[in-house]
Design a protein around this ligand. Structure first.
Ligand code: SAM
Length: 265
């Protein structure tokens, strides 16, 4: 169980779409469009299919494999996208991935995934891609930055505790958390791939109140697990943060980075 439910993924999808780096999306489209057919894209940790919905409209010739180990999320992806030619849904665990899943793949995509992965998993997976000349678009990796335009004296402590928790094991080994993009970038550069990195922050205003509330509520468990902030102090901070949602000058910024790496063919 990954603990990501479909309602959370549905809430974050519009913010993710707005946040993705446009220039990396354009480079991704150019790269795929120039790859020899069949242009097959494997989306790992696909959830309910957010990455497919964002990328597929610009790539009508591409075929897709959507992979996740959560059967309920994959079912939801199937329900939203529909079963059609050129798209396959694979219920697989990335920890036990059969190499054959990469057969015929031109590019792997992943969104909000690599910050959950360990260095060991990333090293192994990147080596598989490099060995097969397959590129990677890894978007929306949390980069450790969380800010609010209306400040609270406790913000820094909360962010620091959250960032420590980001390195806990989320099922794929001790997580890279905010180091994910730098780690991937070094791996692919060392292998001679062309690598681009761009920021893709969420900028959450009043029109994303529900996402902000869910995001703030989701901070409680990790912060209390880290244990250096008293529950009462956290609740006071949370009440303040919730009270600010929707006020004109309040924006919540959550930093991410996108990475695009492809072989120089
Ligand atoms: C933060 S969600 C992102 C989902 C989707 N990419 C999106 O952007 O909406 C991370 C996804 O990775 C999947 N995941 C986590 N660990 C996995 C594993 N070991 N094997 C396959 N999928 C995994 C989860 O089930 C979840 O769907």
């Amino acid at each position: 169980m990954s603990g990501f439910d479909k309602d959370w993924l549905t809430l974050r999808e519009p913010a993710d779409r707005d946040a993705r780096s446009l220039s990396l999306l354009q480079s991704f489209n150019r790269y795929i469009s120039s790859a020899p057919p069949p242009r097959t894209i494997l989306d790992i940790g696909c959830g309910t299919g957010s990455t497919y919905r964002t990328l597929a409209p610009a790539l009508p010739d591409a075929t897709w494999k959507l992979l996740d180990y959560e059967a309920t999320l994959l079912e939801e992806a199937k329900r939203q996208i529909g079963e059609k030619d050129g798209i396959e849904f694979l219920c697989r665990n990335l920890n036990q991935l059969d190499d054959a899943v990469l057969d015929g793949v031109s590019m792997v995509t992943a969104s909000a995934l690599f910050d959950l992965c360990s260095a060991q998993f990333s090293d192994r997976f990147a080596a598989q891609l490099v060995g097969r000349n397959i590129g990677l678009y890894a978007a929306l990796n949390y980069d450790g930055q969380m800010q609010w335009t209306v400040r609270h004296p406790f913000d820094e402590q909360v962010v620091e505790a959250f960032n420590r928790h980001q390195h806990f094991d989320k099922g794929l080994g001790p997580a890279l958390g905010p180091d994910a993009t730098d780690h991937l970038s070094s791996l692919f550069e060392a292998s001679g791939f062309s690598v681009s990195v761009a920021t893709s922050p969420w900028q959450l205003r009043g029109d994303m109140a529900e996402l902000q509330m869910a995001f703030l509520a989701g901070l409680k468990r990790p912060i209390l697990e880290i244990g250096n902030i008293e529950e009462a102090a956290f609740s006071e901070w949370l009440d303040f943060r919730l009270s600010q949602i929707g006020s004109d000058d309040s924006v919540c910024i959550v930093g991410h980075t996108d990475l695009l790496a492809f072989p120089n063919l």
